[in-house]
Ligand binder design. Structure first.
Ligand code: NAD
Length: 504
């Protein structure tokens, strides 16, 4: 695959984007972005230190009055132009995303990039539709109305699994609502977040509205969350880091939006279309090499279908083609890093002591030996309270368990700390309806698993966090509502004053 640009040239000036310019970091520490398919360095850059975060917050603060004061129509126009620039650069974005993450190019091209363009187009429209309650005379003497206002400088932190989409999900609703933002992408994968901010500048979004600081979580991340000029923290990442972020944000009384880990159940009732469930389970568990917070991770299959499901899922997993990310025929790329691959492999090795590895459970050799690859893995006979059922593995590993009654299937689905996403597989309307009502998750699919839409909210229940990405609901996070009340009586001595002085 020929690349659209040379990464080294494109980021020669640095990997921070502050006030509309690429700049080097000033932490004194460097980081290598590594292509996980080969283990080779793609770019060495200087990480952001606290001074870079201060500069980015300063740029965002300076840009806030102008951007929040623009009309919704002006912000909408800018976001429409932004969507067009992103679409023009689709090949470059897909290339860079696959290079830094190891994603198969067909996934970047058909999912990550068009999803991002669609998000920009959605928020361009939504910018003109911020809603409030109707103005009315609730007590007869006053007119009340609600203003929905931007809140200021937002500090966002994103993970490495979908760097471009995570940048889009954080940045677009915030700026559509009139805020300015500083985003810290994961150190491993900053390229497409930087390109996203550059594309915004090309589209005419003013300097300082979108800033990117690429630094370590403990240094740049914590400094951003605790910064006194940042009014809101929006974080996507693991539940463990989310707890730390919440502590710092709470200490500085910030508005908080947390999109955390997941351990999505995939519940197959005995009337389900077996072929559909099998295909859904393999696609839903292996998307993005299983590094997807909504990926199917725990399949609960009602006893009559259980054996056939295990057999057919294992057989289909064995047909999935591992390969070099830029080959058109590659279905599954490497994990994000060798460390993540080893972490996943360690989960599977420990599981051998208490469960059965039906297929997979190893790294491929041959041409793929240098990359962070791991074969699609199916684990059966694990207990509900075992590690592989309860913990987020974040790799191409599906665990399958049987259940007998519908009550049991739903109870098992709800039996982890997480609640991000789930699916129910059945042809029975009443079963489907019950599952969507009783499964505690921010999204429940029926007879599918994974599709997302710009118009619909994405966010967790329970330890998967709170707040919504995408959709008009995300404006709840990125705006504050103000009650404005006008007196209509025009009298100096209001009736209610007698409660404070004088008689009627
Ligand atoms: P992570 O929690 O390790 O890191 C996420 C981000 O937080 C990174 O930018 C990292 O540098 C930063 N960070 C680390 N320590 C920090 C600290 N002390 N203070 C501030 N920032 C800090 O997560 P990851 O490994 O990058 O991503 C995988 C995780 O993200 C999984 O748990 C996955 O489920 C979750 N995720 C959730 C969603 C969702 O929508 N709920 C979406 C994608 C990923």
């Amino acid at each position: 695959m020929s690349n659209g640009f040379q990464v080294q040239d494109r980021f020669a000036e640095g990997a921070q984007y502050i006030g509309g310019k690429l700049l080097p970091g000033t932490s004194g520490r460097h980081h290598d972005i590594v292509n996980p398919a080969t283990g080779e360095s793609v770019l060495r850059y200087e990480l952001a230190g606290t001074e870079d975060v201060d500069a980015a917050v300063g740029a965002a603060r300076a840009a806030f009055p102008g951007w929040s004061g623009a009309t919704p129509g002006e912000r909408s126009d800018a976001l429409h132009r932004f969507a067009a620039v992103l679409a023009e650069q689709a090949d470059d974005f897909a290339y860079a995303e696959s290079l830094q993450c190891g994603k198969p190019i067909k996934l970047s091209t058909e999912f990550d990039v068009p999803g991002t363009v669609d998000n920009a187009a959605f928020f361009a429209g939504a910018a003109r539709h911020l809603e409030g309650k109707a103005a009315a005379e609730y007590d007869g003497d006053h007119t009340s109305c609600v203003r929905r206002e931007a809140i200021g400088v937002v500090g966002s932190i994103a993970p490495w699994n979908y760097p471009l989409q995570m940048a889009a999900w954080k940045i677009l609703p915030a700026v559509a609502a009139g805020n300015t933002i500083v985003l810290k992408p994961a150190e491993l994968t900053p390229l497409t977040s930087l390109m996203f901010a550059q594309a915004a500048t090309e589209a005419g979004i003013p300097d300082g509205v979108i800033n990117i600081v690429t630094g370590a979580g403990k240094e740049a991340g914590e400094h951003l969350v605790g910064h006194p000029d940042v009014v809101m923290t929006s974080f996507t990442g693991s539940t463990a880091v989310g707890k730390r972020v919440a502590e710092i944000a709470t200490a500085t009384v910030k508005r908080l939006h947390l999109e955390l880990g997941g351990k999505a159940p995939f519940v197959v009732f005995d009337d389900a279309d077996l072929e559909a469930a099998v295909h859904g389970a393999v696609a839903g568990s292996l998307i993005n090499t299983g590094q997807d917070c909504t990926a199917a991770t725990r399949a609960y299959v009602q006893r009559p279908l259980y054996d056939a499901f295990v057999r057919d899922v294992a057989a289909l997993m064995e047909t999935v083609r591992l390969g070099e990310p830029f080959a058109a025929t590659t279905d599954l790329g490497p994990l994000i890093s060798h460390a993540q691959r080893d972490r996943v492999a360690a989960f599977v090795e420990r599981a051998r002591g208490y469960a059965r590895v039906v297929t997979g459970g190893e790294a491929p050799g041959g041409d793929l030996a240098d990359g962070a690859y791991y074969r699609p893995t199916l684990i059966a006979d694990a207990a509900q309270d075992s590690e592989v059922v309860q913990s987020e593995i974040f790799g191409p590993v599906l665990v399958v368990l049987p259940f007998d009654t519908d009550d049991e299937g739903i109870a098992l689905a709800n039996d982890t700390p997480y609640g991000l996403a789930a699916s129910a597989w059945t042809r029975d309307l009443y079963r489907a309806n019950r599952a969507t009502r009783e499964i505690q998750a921010g999204c429940v699919w029926v007879n599918d698993h994974i599709p997302i839409l710009s118009e619909m909210p994405h966010g967790g229940y329970k330890a998967s966090g709170f707040g919504k990405d995408m959709s008009a609901y995300s404006f709840e996070e990125y705006t504050q509502v103000k009650h404005v009340m006008y007196d209509n009586t025009a009298v100096a001595r209001k009736d209610w004053h007698r409660t404070i002085f004088g008689d009627r």
